[in-house]
Design a protein around this ligand. Structure first.
Ligand SMILES: [Zn+2]
Length: 73
């Protein structure tokens, strides 16, 4: 059986399905609950962000993932 480990919570994901049970963000493997948390954080960061650029967005995604990994959730 194939397994992937979530970079944030270190949980094993069995038979990972990319885009459904796990996600790639900024070269990290992230499980669904962690992606939901990340989405919430990004939604807050995106609010009021003007002008929007993909460079900025990539940086915010990377920063939030690093923060989540150091917190372990
Ligand atoms: Zn996770």
């Amino acid at each position: 059986m194939q397994t992937t480990t979530c970079d944030i919570c270190k949980k094993k994901i069995e038979d990972p399905v990319t885009g459904r049970t796990f996600f790639y963000f900024a070269e990290h493997s992230i499980c669904e609950p962690c992606k939901d948390n990340l989405d919430d954080q990004l939604r807050t960061a995106l609010r009021g962000k003007d002008p929007f650029t993909y460079e900025w967005f990539d940086k915010v995604v990377g920063d939030n993932i690093s923060k989540s990994i150091s917190k372990g959730k």
